[in-house]
Design a protein. Structure first.
Length: 302
């Protein structure tokens, strides 16, 4: 089963190091399919020699009858199950959530949990102790501010529209979200073309901005399957050339390759969003007509 394979790989890659006991250590509450969690995984793997973590598959799916016809479609069957540890550690009960282990006792410190995927990248980078070009958020104040501005921008403009294309039911609305996404990718592309390349920062330094976009950029292939050829990100448009060069480069990095989910497994998983049978906070927010990044714990309770 997909899930087991992913967990095993993470445990093998993280807990065999002899020095791992002296490194900052975490219980990493995650889910193999989640692109938000993928951001944290990328940061953890980028710093895999400086941080030790145990992957905990803390979120999954279960089918329930829509007995009360809550949505009026009779199709809302897929609900999340969540590990109790996730519900205790994060008030929104979302992955990714990182729980640090006490340095001497190795006990989990749930009261010090860190969540929100963009915040987890910054946090992992800070506790890694890395310096210089190994940092994902540069030490230089201007560059770190620039990374935060752009990570937020790609989150809103290149990641959130993904869910609009998949979850909205009207063709016109789906296309509107796709067009927003292309506008966002072109802005990113232009910015990347101004660095010395091929990453967002100069000289191939990987940053929080690259990690913010990568999980979705890797997943855009699902559009063609569920929405058809009009939803393919063009490889002919010159404005998107730097974006495609960026993508090819980041996907070739070893620390990235070992984090990628199986494409067929993910395609099957995301079918729940494409046929609107997924009930998650993000899917509910998008169904309600707001962006994925505007999800509201009360209004979008699953
Ligand atoms: N804004 C959050 C979003 C995280 C998120 O929505 N994660 C999903 C999995 S992809 C989740 O935990 N869903 C549980 C739910 O919908 O209740 C972040 O950036 O970390």
């Amino acid at each position: 089963m997909t899930t087991t394979r992913h967990i095993t790989r993470r445990l093998l890659s993280t807990s065999t190091s002899e020095t791992s006991s002296s490194l900052p250590s975490f219980r990493y509450l995650s889910a193999w399919f989640c692109p938000y969690a993928h951001r944290a995984t990328l940061a953890l793997e980028h710093h895999s020699t400086r941080i030790s973590y145990e992957w905990v598959e803390a979120l999954g799916w279960e089918q329930r009858q829509d007995a009360n016809n809550v949505t009026g479609t009779g199709k809302e069957w897929w609900y999340h199950w969540k590990a109790d540890e996730l519900k205790r550690a994060n008030p929104s009960a979302l992955v990714p959530t990182l729980i640090p282990l006490n340095a001497s006792t190795k006990e989990p410190m749930g009261e010090k949990a860190v969540y929100e995927s963009l915040v987890t990248i910054d946090y992992i980078d800070a506790v890694s102790g890395a310096s210089g070009v190994d940092r994902l958020v540069p030490e230089d104040p201007y560059l770190s501010a620039k990374c935060r501005i752009w990570a937020d921008k790609v989150n809103k403009e290149c990641c959130s529209p993904y869910y609009g294309v998949l979850v909205r039911k009207e063709e016109g609305e789906r296309m509107e979200h796709f067009e927003k996404l292309i506008t966002g990718l072109k802005a990113f592309s232009k910015e990347v073309s101004q660095s010395s390349g091929p990453t967002f920062l100069d000289d191939g330094q990987l940053s929080s901005v690259d990690l913010a976009l990568l999980p979705w950029a890797f997943r855009f292939y699902v559009f063609e399957h569920y929405r058809g050829p009009d939803y393919v990100i063009s490889t002919e448009d010159p404005e998107l050339e730097p974006y495609h060069e960026w993508l090819e480069h980041v996907l070739s990095l070893d620390s990235v390759k070992r984090t990628l989910p199986d494409k067929d497994d993910y395609l099957e998983h995301i079918g729940k969003y494409a046929d609107s049978s997924a009930r998650s906070k993000v899917a509910n927010a998008v169904r309600r007509g707001v962006a994925a990044h505007d999800l509201d714990d009360e209004k979008d309770e699953y």
